[in-house]
Design a protein around this ligand. Structure first.
Ligand code: NDP
Length: 528
């Protein structure tokens, strides 16, 4: 988002927004609050569809507040959406790519126009603080635009190849990237805008038709993004939206033989199950998986400790530790360990936990009761295994009583053999350890199934060594804005290695869009 002030919102710039962003957010809050509790349909073949079974979407900050009522779709709705997307595919895929780009650019512009309403919905639905929520909405539009940019930069991925060295013939070859068909996008609760709209935008620009299935905790935000696509004029059936349980509706979509390709973003456990089930078909279907993380920050004895403390604190507790890129492990060279802890504790003490729509709040609630219980159970386990440097409790009294609020928690002295060093907790808990050398830190950092993001603080020569040895898809050095978080399309394309992602190509980057297309070589021979 680029306001008249020239300010460009990204996760790196969001800490100092112009005043107008707050004013606009507050106006949108008043507007959006008047619409709470409404019923939202599925969106199939250009029509709203209502089912007999419904579910309520409640605010994690105050569970008395019903944000909306949504449809509990199942196998029947899955089949209807696949059929609609299948019918729309021939015409959409044959639409000149320039027209598709123009429609998707219109959708991105509508997202920009609605950024404050979408941001407010996310603050209420996910519990994101203001700037995180606005960032997610702005990122969605930028992801869609980035796919458009790549399509244009590559001339629609139509390229002349060499002519066969034949005499008496003119044998021309053209490489064309073509869409696959009906593309399924399953998104997680924590980035319901960017991780629904980003992959859907790429699939659509490429010429696929799309079905989106958001997380059951965050159907509203995803619906607002689908509305932007609808209002940009996409023909009926080109984008479809289904809500309902992953275990039934999601599974029915995965098992449907007419789904041609899939982008799943979510936990490693669910993603690996989907990967296996999606493979039970007559041929191999393209599968883009973006999974969890256990992201380390390494701090060298040469680090600027103020930058390290700021970056680690922001990445540990932004979105309440519920980012796939959250900094959940900190490995510090022994000579600077105490000095780093001395900086982290007061910085963390200053963080405000509370109603995420309020300006000064950094941490809102965690997403649901199950995450809240996870936090409590981890605290109990850590109580036996280590020492709390900050936090160490749930916040359940007074204003906190109706939501799922957790105290941001840094922990020391947990044995490096403890299981929590390798488990994605997805709550605001980060473990710290003292290490003897950078080599030891790197060995620990890489010794997990995950490989999403990592951060480093130290001298520049050390940073080069860190980049070369770290097994992760996005690696940051000396970044006070976030040790392991804050990627943005076109700047830091986002994707994981090992158990954190399947394609090896990062979203919002140079090589992402072709994942949604298959190559056809066209050889035309003329005598002469
Ligand atoms: P989940 O894996 O629990 O759910 C993700 C999505 O999958 C939801 O829409 C869910 O629906 C759906 N689902 C669940 N079971 C099935 C199934 N059998 N078939 C089809 N769909 C299914 O993840 P969360 O929503 O809890 O998100 C958090 C996770 O996502 C973390 O592990 C995080 O690291 C990861 N993540 C990864 C990112 C990346 O880019 N690498 C980015 C953001 C998050 P329902 O809600 O209805 O169960």
């Amino acid at each position: 988002m680029k306001a008249e002030t020239g300010f460009r919102l990204t996760y790196a710039t969001m800490f100092n927004p112009p005043e107008t962003m707050h004013t606009c957010f507050e106006e949108a809050l008043v507007r959006v609050r008047t619409r709470l509790g409404g019923e939202h349909g599925l969106f199939i073949d250009g029509r709203d569809v209502f089912t007999a079974d419904k579910f309520e979407d409640r605010s994690p900050a105050d569970t008395d507040v019903v944000l909306g009522v949504f449809q509990k779709g199942g196998a029947q709705e899955a089949a209807a959406a696949v059929a609609a997307a299948g019918r729309a595919f021939p015409s959409w895929s044959k639409t000149p790519w320039q027209e598709r780009v123009s429609m998707l650019r219109r959708a991105a512009a509508i997202m920009d126009e609605r950024i404050f309403d979408i941001g407010v919905a996310m603050a209420l639905e996910v519990g994101k603080n203001r700037m995180e929520a606005l960032g997610d909405a702005a990122e969605t539009a930028d992801l869609v635009r980035y796919s458009c940019d790549r399509m244009e930069a590559n001339n629609g991925f139509i390229n002349e190849m060499g002519c066969d060295p034949l005499s008496g013939f003119d044998s021309r070859n053209t490489s064309v990237l073509c869409p696959y068909g009906v593309w399924l996008v399953i998104s997680p609760f924590n980035y319901p805008s960017a991780l629904t709209g980003g992959p859907a935008g790429a699939a659509l620009v490429a010429g696929n038709t799309v079905i989106v299935k958001p997380a059951s905790d965050t159907p509203w935000t995803a619906r607002l993004i689908v509305d932007c696509l609808r209002d940009a004029g996409l023909p009926n059936g080109v984008v479809n939206y289904l809500t309902g349980p992953g275990s039934t509706l999601g599974q029915a979509l995965i098992e449907h033989p007419d789904v041609a390709g899939l982008t799943f973003t979510g936990s490693k456990a669910v993603g690996m199950g989907i990967y296996r089930d999606f493979a039970k078909s007559n041929w191999v279907r393209p599968t883009i998986l973006e999974l969890g993380g256990k992201n380390p920050a390494i701090v060298s004895r040469h680090a600027d400790l103020d930058d390290a403390a700021s970056g680690i604190m922001r990445s540990a507790f932004g979105l309440q530790g519920q980012k796939c890129s959250a900094c959940s492990r900190v490995l510090v060279e022994a000579p600077v360990y105490d000095a780093l802890v001395e900086r982290l504790a007061p910085l963390t003490a200053k963080l405000v936990v509370g109603d995420p729509t309020e300006r000064n709040v950094y941490l809102g609630p965690v997403i649901n009761k199950s995450s809240f219980h996870d936090f409590q159970n981890y605290l109990e386990e850590i109580g036996q295994a280590g020492r709390f440097l900050t936090g160490g409790k749930v916040l359940a009294e007074g204003a906190y009583g109706k939501g799922y609020f957790c105290d941001p928690t840094f922990v020391a002295d947990v044995s490096l053999f403890h299981r929590l060093w390798k488990t994605e907790m997805f709550v605001p808990i980060t473990l710290l350890a003292r290490v003897a050398s950078l080599e030891e830190a790197m060995a620990i950092a890489n010794d997990v199934d995950y490989g999403l993001t990592a951060g480093f603080y130290g001298a520049e020569e050390e940073a080069s060594w860190f980049f070369e040895h770290c097994e992760a898809g996005i690696v940051y050095a000396n970044r006070p804005q976030g040790a392991t978080t804050g990627a943005w399309p076109g700047f830091q394309p986002f994707g994981g290695w090992k158990g954190s992602g399947a394609s090896g190509k990062n979203a919002g980057g140079l090589y992402y869009l072709p994942l949604y297309m298959r190559e056809q070589i066209r050889n035309l021979v003329r005598r002469g």
